[in-house]
Design a binder for this molecule. Structure first.
Ligand SMILES: [Zn+2]
Length: 210
């Protein structure tokens, strides 16, 4: 969500309060934020249905169909959503539901994972920095070589994947400080101080100037 906000700001897309200051007097208008993006992605009205009870103060406008016939979506237990489509939809229902599932995984209550080697590992195949990813309960890094689709595609090179604990051992060896056995965090500090990155391939790793 913060990535979407950053991209909108970079592209000069006006945020809601810049686009319509009259309706958004209580907002600062200083640009897109994670909170604005989250509010828009979570607004079921964009599916074309009327939604009640998202916030306690909300009331049912008399001219709209009442909540007598309702349906429920996963994770939205308190919401009351009209079965009828009452205005033009901007997103499909399946997209909306898929986004809610993604957003649930990114709520402030979700556990925060820490990664030591962010921006220190580079893919030997495509030269992109490896992305941190949480896998099987531990920190890891991967490169999808610029592809974003989750499905494997014909002719596409295999993702590069390295576990953080394995990477610590490799970096310790590359820095030839085995006898000191510094903690992984100290290895990361050392790489940053010396302005080094680790070039990673399926077959081995090497140190490079950052
Ligand atoms: Zn790559």
């Amino acid at each position: 969500m913060s990535g979407i906000a950053a991209e909108l700001n970079r592209s000069g897309v006006p945020c809601p309060s810049q686009a319509d200051p009259g309706r958004n007097r209580h907002r600062a208008g200083s640009g897109w934020t994670l909170i604005t993006v989250r509010a828009i992605l979570g607004n079921a009205k964009y599916t074309g249905r009327q939604v009640w009870n998202r916030q306690p103060a909300q009331h049912t406008p008399p001219h709209l169909p009442g909540p007598s016939r309702v349906q429920r979506w996963t994770g939205t237990d308190d919401w009351v959503i009209s079965t009828r489509v009452v205005h033009p939809a901007l997103v499909s229902e399946s997209d909306f539901v898929a986004v809610q599932q993604l957003a649930a995984a990114a709520t402030p209550d979700a556990p925060v994972h820490h990664y030591l080697f962010v921006s220190l590992l580079r893919c030997g195949r495509c030269r992109r920095l490896l992305d941190p990813c949480w896998s099987h309960g531990r920190a890891a890094y991967r490169c999808r070589h610029g592809h974003t689709s989750a499905r494997p595609q014909h002719g596409r090179p295999r993702n590069l994947y390295v576990r953080e604990d394995r990477m610590s051992a490799i970096i310790r060896e590359l820095l030839a400080v085995m006898e000191l056995a510094p903690a992984p965090a100290a290895l990361a500090d050392h790489l940053r101080r010396e302005r080094l990155t680790v070039l990673c391939t399926e077959t081995g790793c090497s140190l490079q100037p950052a």
